[in-house]
Design a binder for this molecule. Structure first.
Ligand SMILES: Nc1nc2c(ncn2[C@@H]2O[C@H](COP(=O)(O)OP(=O)(O)OP(=O)(O)O)[C@@H](O)[C@H]2O)c(=O)[nH]1
Ligand SMILES: [Mg+2]
Length: 402
């Protein structure tokens, strides 16, 4: 262990990387000899893969609609992953900063294209067999799926590469809806996506301007608590949590202490038991909804998180305000998004000056709490990703051996 630490300090990364991989291999061999649970060995194998690529995976988890996708869009400073007021994400998606690119690129691994193609074929068959009215009925709680049912009934193909913001957004929306539709129309069809779509994107946030390419992989996940079809989505999230080194657990300020939160918490707790709390960050989102004096104040939120998770280092944020303020400051567009509602914007739009808008955007950014989250979590993880990746791998193996 002493030699290991010395190498870590001397930054002999290639050697250290090989030693970490070997150490993990020995742990697996030992565990197999004592007939230890397969789950532990699988997790070590997964960590080995991360060390081989020197990737640090950060999974963003939360009950449905807490704002995971909005937070990811605010981190990269652009609208990439779809976010909506209705249930959106079903397919976990990786996001990686690559400032060598001029526009974002989405790549879908072949295995995943095949699974998605299979799903669309199964859905089309089910519609053919049972009739389109049956399909509409099964999905009536999701009105936005109706058009997709009609489209799928006519057949659809799945691309493996998409370039540019709006095409990526549209594509992901469609694929996410296909998966949601599959959970409704062919609930017993067995599919599992292990090879995730990955978006590589240049990043608009100024703190990443000197960075070329990041080894921090941010993983957007579905909220696992959707009524009715939660099994598949819950499994997907659990796999992603197990395969990551860092977990960003989002709580919705307007919805604290719900059953849904409790369910996600159980999964996160397993990771805390395995690897400790070092790489767990809790974000309380939507604090812009703290309107009156009866709302929970900062101290109360902190004490709630501390009693639930034993964590004091939490971040209170408003991802939507951070996103809107940053978009305005970067591109000067959508000033109306700086206002709470369209009525207020309509009242001031003819008289408000550019300087005032600028001030308002800066205030919003400041109050969003996003800046310290970016600096203290995302930036630190990005620059320390190599070490953190190996450290977590070793920790996982050590916990399994213990
Ligand atoms: N008021 C407020 N609303 C927010 C904030 N962040 C996100 N939202 C809204 O919350 C809704 C859900 O946001 P998403 O980012 O899609 O949430 P998600 O967790 O990715 O949702 P699923 O993928 O469906 O589980 C959208 O209508 C967002 O505009 C915030 O900071 N404040
Ligand atoms: Mg989402």
């Amino acid at each position: 262990m002493g030699i290991y630490l010395e190498k870590m300090l001397a930054l002999d990364i290639p050697n250290l990387q090989q030693e970490t991989i070997d150490l993990l291999e020995s742990s697996k061999v030992f565990l197999s000899k004592i007939n230890h649970t397969e789950n532990c060995q699988q997790q070590i194998t997964q960590q080995q893969e991360l060390v081989k690529k020197l990737e640090l995976r950060m999974t963003v988890v939360a009950p449905m609609k807490a704002g995971k996708s909005t937070i990811i869009n605010a981190i990269v400073g652009q609208e990439l992953v779809p976010s909506h007021s209705f249930a959106m994400t079903t397919l976990p998606t990786e996001i990686v900063i690559n400032n060598q690119l001029t526009e974002p690129k989405l790549q879908i691994p072949n295995q995943t294209v095949e699974i998605l193609t299979g799903l669309t074929q199964q859905i089309t068959q089910a519609i053919e067999q049972q009739g389109i009215e049956w399909a509409y009925k099964q999905t009536e709680e999701y009105l936005h799926l109706k058009d997709l049912v009609t489209e799928l009934a006519q057949g659809m193909s799945i691309n493996s590469q998409v370039i540019g913001h709006s095409d990526i957004q549209n594509y992901l929306e469609k694929v996410n809806h296909i998966i949601r539709l599959a959970t409704k129309l062919i609930p017993n069809y067995d599919w599992n996506i292990f090879h995730l779509p990955r978006i590589e994107t240049p990043c608009q946030s100024s703190i990443f301007s000197s960075l070329q390419q990041s080894n921090l992989i941010i993983v957007d996940t579905p909220g696992p608590n959707e009524a009715g079809d939660n099994h598949k989505l819950a499994e997907t999230v659990i796999t992603q949590i197990q395969n990551s080194s860092v977990v960003l657990f989002i709580l919705d300020y307007t919805n604290l202490h719900t059953k849904a939160e409790e369910e996600v918490k159980k999964e996160v707790q397993k990771i805390i038991d395995l690897r400790g709390k070092d790489n767990l960050f809790v974000l309380v989102n939507k604090i812009d909804r703290r309107k009156d004096k009866n709302s929970l104040n900062s101290e109360q939120v902190k004490s709630y998180v501390k009693s639930e998770f034993g964590i004091e280092n939490i971040f209170e944020i408003s991802a939507i305000n951070a996103f809107n303020a940053n978009s305005f400051l970067q591109n000067k567009n959508n000033p109306q998004e700086l206002f709470e509602d369209i009525d207020t914007w309509e009242m001031v739009q003819d008289t408000i000056t550019e300087t005032k808008l600028q001030q308002l955007a800066k205030q919003k950014w400041q109050k969003s709490g996003f800046s310290s989250f970016l600096k203290d979590v995302i930036y630190k993880l990005t620059i320390g990703s190599t070490h953190e990746c190996m450290r977590t791998a070793i920790k996982t193996a050590r916990s399994c051996l213990n």
